[in-house]
Design a protein around this ligand. Structure first.
Ligand code: NAD
Length: 321
């Protein structure tokens, strides 16, 4: 069995490697050669923790396994990240455990890859202004991955806790892009692409604040009850997602579905755009929206790539198991 510890991931996997792996698995999902199993997420009644599994099987790449972990809110006091996860990969021919891979950095990289892929396929090619909503742990990964997809000339940002915006400003400075902290009205009025990555449980951005032609990558809503976009904005957009079953239950679409403003038939898997089965954006004025709910197959894809890189570079730790 191979072990790839958390502290090796940064050396092994670039954002570009993650984009390739996630794009490939989104395409496999659309071809029905890869599928996710139902997600388990439980409040365990200890340490205020939320613990769960995301699992699946990608027949094309023989990636079988799960990501397990969750949210431990008191970890900060212990000097640890609140989100903790590990990926377990199994041999699809024998069921033997093939690898254990640190999943913390990979989660941030695969989530950023998903929104970057949506920007690559759905944003207007002439997009110049990137709007960021959210300034937590994931936000800098999102920003770094997004700027690889379009020739952005400016970053606008808003956060519920404005004091956190300095971390995005620092990254923008490093990327040599002008940065402004703005109100939501201005962010919506000037942005060509907007990424939302917050843990909000109430709508932040309204339909009236978004201009025609915008691409929205909604990445924060991954649980029942969370919400970043007004339901009417989701209904007004052409909606894409990683997985429809998750979008309508735990994703940004859940509220528009509940209010019958949107139906499952209105939602397209991003994989269908990647494989060319769906044309994606149909006009420069269309508002496109990607509901990125985060699927287990993304985790298996990036963890498999990390194992392959560790093996090819001779850094993989092998143990008898
Ligand atoms: P974080 O705790 O580091 O940051 C939280 C962010 O949400 C901050 O910007 C904070 O200001 C904002 N926020 C907190 N309370 C808010 C409120 N009441 N209203 C509006 N904004 C509020 O979290 P993170 O690690 O950056 O993750 C952000 C979100 O992304 C979480 O909801 C997380 O579950 C989700 N996530 C999604 C995926 C996916 O695949 N889609 C993957 C990882 C994380």
């Amino acid at each position: 069995m191979i072990i790839v510890p958390e502290n090796q991931i940064a050396e092994l996997m670039t954002p570009a490697d993650c984009l390739v792996a996630v794009e490939e698995v989104f395409a496999s999902m659309a071809k029905r050669s890869a599928y996710n199993f139902p997600v388990i997420r439980e409040a365990i009644g200890y340490a205020d923790a939320l613990y769960g599994f995301k699992s699946g099987f990608d027949r094309a790449n023989l990636a079988l396994g799960l990501k397990s972990g969750g949210f431990w809110p008191n970890n900060v006091q212990k000097g640890l990240a609140n989100h903790q996860s590990s990926v377990f990969l199994f041999d699809a021919d024998t069921g033997k455990c093939r690898a254990v891979v640190g999943g913390n950095l990979l989660t941030a990289l695969r989530t950023a890859a998903a929104s970057a892929i949506s920007i690559k396929h759905l944003a207007r090619k002439d997009a110049k202004v990137l709007g960021m909503i959210g300034a937590g742990h994931q936000s800098t990964f999102q920003l770094r991955a997004a700027v690889e997809q379009c020739s952005f000339e400016k970053i606008l940002a808003w956060n519920f806790h404005p004091e956190m915006l300095s971390r995005l400003e620092e990254v923008a400075r490093e990327l040599e892009l002008p940065f402004e902290a703005v109100e939501l009205d201005r962010l919506g009025a000037e942005s060509d692409v907007i990424i939302s990555i917050t843990s909000s449980f109430a709508p932040i951005l309204k339909a009236s604040q978004v201009r025609p032609g915008t691409h929205l990558a909604c990445m924060g809503t991954d649980t029942k009850g969370k919400q970043e976009m007004e339901a009417g904005l989701v209904a007004a957009a052409t909606v894409f997602t990683d997985e429809i079953a998750q979008a309508v239950t735990i994703g940004e679409c859940q509220h528009a579905i509940e209010r019958k403003l949107l139906s499952r038939a209105d939602i397209t898997e991003l994989g269908a755009v990647i494989t060319g089965r769906h044309p994606g954006r149909s006009s420069p004025d269309e508002i496109t929206l990607f509901d990125g709910t985060g699927v287990g197959l993304q985790d298996l894809a990036v963890a498999s790539a990390a194992v392959a890189h560790a093996v090819s570079r001779g850094t993989a730790i092998e143990v008898d198991f």
